[in-house]
Write a protein that binds this ligand. Sequence first.
Ligand code: GLA
Length: 381
Amino acid sequence: MTVASSAAETFRNAYGAEPTGLWAAPGRVNLIGEHTDYNDGFVLPFALPQHVVAAVAPADTPGWTVCSTFAPESVSFAATEPGGVEGWAGYVAGIVWALGDAGFTVPPARIAIASDVPLGSGLSSSAALESAVLTALVELGGMDLPVADRPALAQRAENVYVGAPTGILDQSASIRCVEGKALFLDCRSLEVEQIPFDLAAAGLAILIINSNAPHQHVDGEYGARRKSCEEAARILGVPALRDVTPADLDAALGKLDDDVMRRRVRHIVTEDQRVLDTVELLRAGRIREIGPLMTASHASMRDDFEITVGQVDVAVEAALAAGAYGARMTGGGFGGCVLALIDADRAAETTAAVERAYAERGFTAPTTWSATPGPGAARLS
Ligand code: GLA
């Protein structure tokens, strides 16, 4: 059964009626540009073919009810304040709250959710949930909310309602990505450029390797990285680390006493430049050549930003040893997925190499698949 038909069936079983429509929003991988978003910098995600589907119909009684294929109980809520609904349904309630807080009248609704975005793997399953529900409610409510303004509203749901201090990468990817393209986003101006990313035409593939490593202390560590970057920007007297260029880097590092903070800054400044360099190469159709930038990004996340774990480092090393052009962890870190840029016919060998390396170390086996850039959030039917 497809995710869409599963959402529709869940809706029928729960509410004894047909949904008005089905809205889908994808998970994402970030090709390069990690933790740069909340530093006003650059990111380059693409949408995954995996998505969340929301089957939705307006309700004739006040309030919102949401059920899903992955939780036994439905959750109902009326007017809601930050933190009012917890767990997975909090992302839905957060969208209802953020729309209301922005001055929109949100129609009462019944919602059923299905998803094939792997949970807790750094592929933005929660942003996909937010984006699917947001896209549905905006359309059903006839709200005048331009697509370009939607990610910030969904980010507010996550930051203020759910209480996770994330940037704007995930919601932007889920809402603004386009099939076959990578999304070059300036996280300060929110301007985007759709960058051609035709892997198949170049005989290439992006292999996604889910490390299946358990996430530990993720929220605290993420928040600590963000705080360190903001503190560094304050000491350096710039609005955000985006404003430190590679040419300024040595002078900036000289003004910081703390070695950890110096390394955090070095990651952000060099990572922003790697995004710009990657975009240049992709604009010129030189996809293979982005490999070394991906690998350098991984080293920077491992050594300077310190957000990788053994499983992702081993996956990167094994993929490179098996001939990948480049490999890096994607997403917030502390587990999650690795992307490897490989020749399209090398997926099985690369997977086998990573599996062998995991088995030697006693790690839980990884899961792998090849991903092509899918479409952003949209109504399906
Ligand atoms: C998570 C956050 C994003 C971004 C990435 C790291 O996915 O939700 O805002 O900061 O980590 O690039």
